[in-house]
Design a protein around this ligand. Structure first.
Ligand code: PLP
Length: 465
């Protein structure tokens, strides 16, 4: 298995470890698998076994034992994934967010990639966060030898629990708060990764990569839970073999949904990927009308992890669906004007995705309604997906008999205020991971007043000194 950059017309193939170390291709494109292996024997297997099967298919440079070791380090103490009725809860990881699924294994894959590429320098992982990636990458990488992690988090849109998870994290890490929103933080990371002069200052000592979903090693571990869920549903007699199922995915950077699309390309019987958006409904508008336009107001919503106008993984999907030429055209237009579109006639190629957008009020209503009906407590992100799934059923219900799984991406405790206000009462006592946070020492206190790249560079240099 090799990987190619979505901006490379020549389709020059690079190895998995090269793609993982670089994060982003030299042409600025994202790496994608050159083809999609068909996975056969995943039925009836444990999560770890399904992970082994899926990751082996994409990462032939890693031996079976090496992968087994990564998987065991990542998932044997804390398995982030649990199927609870129709909800696939992805938030049982170290930081109670779905980002843990990928980020508990990512540092181990990265460390091995470094060894295989014969890199002597330490690796600096740079990541921007809208709230959940930051804590998860810091926790996942803190104790992995040879790695140092720097997270940039925006002052706005990060919840108190998320902030504490980052600012109290010990180990080889730094968390820096910057003025602005998530897109500013993400832009800073991309600028720094492309800044040769900055990187040269650390020559011979450190090299830089990213843990944002730019990195293909973030995406691959997410394919696993789609296969595992299918296997569990078969095992529990909920579906029959070969039956198509749908997934409702609360979407921001489109990594989760793209992993589902990749699973479909690997012949998992996926019928529809229901794309739940909040009021930053740029994905909805694109899938519905073929127009992607970033020139719009950025809104802070209840589902802050999805407050995104630069949808990192969308170009990967474009590449799969429309090919390199159209993707290059779209990315160029996007860079110049913040906007691109696909022809109306080729919109139907997006039929696998069914988009829906959900307001904050609807989000709160669903948290309340589901709680009153079943006692089940959803966080605002999960509620967006649940609302989208209901709409899907209502609009297509007559003709559709698919089994739908709702992807649940955060613990309600991480978004306590909104949840409590929706259900009209206090949540039961918080799990110990959250309670303990308030007793920990705040270590990282740096704040960059402007999302100014020079100021950010200075802070990073200090952190790495
Ligand atoms: C990151 C995140 C999402 C969005 O996932 P994407 O892969 O970026 O689409 C949804 N919910 C939560 C809680 C998240 O942390």
């Amino acid at each position: 298995m090799k990987f190619v950059s979505i901006l490379d017309r020549e389709e020059i193939q690079v190895s998995a470890t090269e793609a993982i170390i670089r994060g982003q291709a030299p042409d600025g494109g994202l790496y994608v698998p050159a083809d999609f292996p068909k996975i056969k024997d995943y039925i009836g297997k444990s999560y770890q076994e399904v992970a082994q099967t899926v990751l082996e298919a994409f990462l032939p440079e890693y031996s079976k034992d090496e992968l087994a070791d990564c998987i065991s380090r990542a998932y044997s103490d804390v398995l982030p994934v649990k199927l609870n009725g129709n909800f696939l809860e992805l938030y049982h990881g170290k930081t109670l967010s779905f980002k843990d699924v990928a980020l508990q294994i990512f540092p181990h894959l990265l460390k091995l990639a470094k060894e295989k590429q014969n890199i002597k320098e330490d690796i600096v992982i740079l990541a921007a966060t809208s709230g959940d990636t930051g804590p998860a990458v810091l926790a996942g990488a803190a104790d992995v030898e040879g790695l140092f992690t720097v997270v940039l988090f925006p002052e706005k849109g990060v919840s108190p629990v998320q902030r504490l998870q980052m600012t109290t994290q010990t180990g080889n890490v730094a968390a820096i708060e910057i003025a602005g929103n998530y897109d500013d933080a993400q832009k800073a990371v991309r600028t720094l990764l492309a800044d040769e002069e900055f990187k040269n200052k650390f020559k011979g000592r450190k090299i830089f990569t990213t843990a944002s979903s730019i990195n293909i090693a973030r995406l691959l571990p997410q394919i696993v839970y789609y296969f595992w869920t299918y296997s569990e549903l078969l095992k529990n007699g909920k579906i029959k073999e070969g039956k198509h199922i749908s997934f409702a995915v609360p979407s921001g950077n489109f990594g989760n949904a793209l992993a589902g699309f990749y699973a479909y390309k690997m012949e998992l019987p996926v019928s529809t990927l229901i794309i739940g958006c909040n009021e930053n409904k740029i994905l909805y508008d694109f899938i519905e009308k073929g127009v992607y336009d970033k020139n719009r107001e950025f809104k802070i919503t209840h589902s802050t992890a999805m407050d995104i106008l630069h949808v990192t993984n969308l170009p990967r999907a474009l590449y799969s669906i429309y090919g390199a030429d159209k993707t290059i055209e779209a990315c160029e237009a996007l860079n110049k004007t913040g906007k691109f579109s696909v022809e109306y006639s080729s919109l139907d190629l997006l039929y696998r995705f069914w988009p829906c957008f959900v307001t904050d009020e609807q989000t709160r209503d669903r948290i309340k309604a589901v709680y009153e009906k079943s006692g089940y407590i959803m966080d605002p992100h999960t509620a967006v997906a649940e609302y989208a799934q209901r709409r899907f059923d209502i609009e297509l219900g007559m003709e559709w008999d698919e089994y739908t799984i709702i992807l649940s991406t955060a613990s309600p405790y991480k978004f306590r205020e909104v949840v409590e206000c929706s259900i009209g009462k206090e949540l039961p006592p918080a799990p110990p991971e959250i309670k303990e946070l308030y007793e920990k020492e705040v270590i990282h206190k740096k704040f960059v007043q402007t999302p100014d790249i020079e100021a950010i560079k200075k802070e990073i240099e200090e952190a790495l000194a």
